[in-house]
Design a protein around this ligand. Structure first.
Ligand code: PFF
Length: 448
């Protein structure tokens, strides 16, 4: 069981690469738009500061102490009754379930990278038509681009921590930041910018319904890649002298910053031309290209750069979704890396095709359960049940099972006593309660 180690910067960029994904650039803006702006952003930021950041430290801690795949790390780190905790390690499998639809969305982005060159849509009607036609009728095109995503991600994971994951993050993460900050600079010059600022940072509390509140908490977990062992698996390769609290802070900060920048860019463009922010998941596929059409050729360049940034963000997150299970198969079942990647990729490739078919006109009924398309079921299960459950287990494990002195030695000394106590309080009380509350709420068992 030989674990390779990241370099310091390699680890930061890989963990940030995992966190910064479609969740930041695609999901965060459309959710902010749907749930009314400032108040949603405020809940999201508060959850990140008080819960997400604490769980990020906890997840890194288990990985850095266990130095193995998720299952083995839990076993190793548990002081006694090790076998009890083996099941918690299975959270790595959530990644494969997420990948079934994540890879389909990356496929859509690849398709749009080509599409923008054929000219941007003239009207929202036309843009809607293109997106809906893709999803409802163009099954083969979607399968093709989904397959490209699966092969690309598989190849990077196959190259391993140093030769694949670290290398690709060292290139794509800075590229993504340059593109987004470049677009932000341009957005500054638009009149829509001040409206975007106001929309995102002036909370109108009366807009915050209970659903928005719960979704903001859930999203803060998804966006930080918490609750499924991605950060834990990367932390197993943490360089020896890296500081967990500092690294967790940088990753959390970068992830939040990029979501806010992406939101500001998109809303500045939208408000510049008086478009509505509340358009749901189609926001970046429908509204944005239409709006950018108003900028002429420059608009095509912006659209291309935007989808390129989105593709980069998606790929660096996708590899972190696949790596935990691959590492698990290597450690526990002595698979070669190549065999593990092929088996896992095949599984989510096939289920992903089911997800594609579930949105299609021709096959939708067959690939739906109780009237819900498979795509939505997969997304809902991970977002609402599996990730919060994983986060809950991590918090309880580090808060109650891991010896306090051990935690103090690895993270407390650096943070200082007071910060350590606050962190531990969050891990023991705030995070588990918030997560349980959220899960029960989403499952409809309690309602606020
Ligand atoms: N954090 C990623 C995003 O915001 O798109 C998604 C994700 C990646 C979730 C890895 C969970 C994970 F383990």
């Amino acid at each position: 069981m030989k674990i390779q180690r990241f370099s310091k910067i390699g680890f930061i960029l890989a963990a940030a690469g995992s966190a910064v994904g479609l969740g930041n650039i695609w999901k965060f803006p459309y959710m902010t738009g749907e749930y009314g702006g400032g108040a949603f952003v405020a809940v999201y930021l508060i959850t990140i500061a008080f819960i997400g950041f604490a769980v990020m430290i906890a997840e890194m801690l288990i990985g850095a102490l266990g130095r193995a795949d998720t299952v083995t790390s839990f076993e190793r780190v548990a002081p006694k009754k090790k076998e009890w905790w083996r099941f918690a390690g299975f959270m790595g499998f959530n990644g494969i379930i997420i990948m079934t639809f994540y890879s389909v969305v990356i496929g859509w982005i690849f398709y749009y990278l080509f599409l923008v060159f054929g000219g941007l849509p003239q009207s929202t009607q036309e843009a809607k038509g293109i997106f809906n036609d893709l999803v409802a009728n163009q099954v083969l095109i979607q399968i093709f681009f989904h397959t490209v995503a699966v092969i690309l991600v598989g190849y990077i994971v196959y190259r391993g921590i140093k030769g694949g994951i670290e290398k690709i993050n060292l290139i794509l993460m800075p590229a993504l930041m340059i593109i987004l900050f470049g677009l932000l600079l341009y957005a500054f010059s638009l009149e829509g910018f001040s409206k975007a600022l106001k929309f995102m940072f002036e909370p109108r509390w009366e807009d915050l319904n209970s659903e928005a509140f719960i979704r903001a908490i859930g999203h803060s977990f998804f966006t930080l890649s918490l609750g499924m062992g991605a950060i834990m698996t990367y932390a197993a390769s943490l360089p020896k002298d890296a500081s967990i609290p500092k690294t967790a802070f940088i990753v959390t900060f970068m992830d939040t910053l990029i979501a806010l920048v992406a939101g500001l860019v998109i809303f500045s463009f939208l408000f510049e031309f008086g478009a509505q922010p509340s358009q749901g998941p189609g926001l970046v596929f429908i509204s944005l290209p239409t709006i950018l059409n108003n900028f002429g050729t420059l608009g095509t360049v912006f659209a291309f750069l935007f989808f390129l940034a989105l593709a980069f963000a998606g790929i660096t997150s996708a590899i972190s979704l696949v790596e935990p299970v691959v590492q698990y198969l290597i450690d526990r079942f002595k698979f070669t890396r190549a065999k593990a990647v092929i088996v896992i990729s095949l599984v989510y490739w096939i289920v992903g095709i089911g997800a594609i078919l579930s949105y299609s006109n021709a096959w939708g009924k067959i690939f739906s359960i109780g009237g819900k398309p498979l795509f939505d079921i997969l997304e809902y299960t991970t977002d609402s049940i599996l990730l919060p459950l994983g986060g809950f287990l991590i918090a309880v494990f580090v808060g109650y099972v891991l010896q306090k002195e051990r935690a103090y030695k690895y993270v407390g000394k650096e943070m200082g006593r007071r910060a350590f106590l606050i962190w531990r309080f969050s891990i023991r009380y705030i995070a588990p309660l918030a997560l349980i509350f959220m899960m029960l709420n989403l499952m409809g068992i309690i309602k606020i």
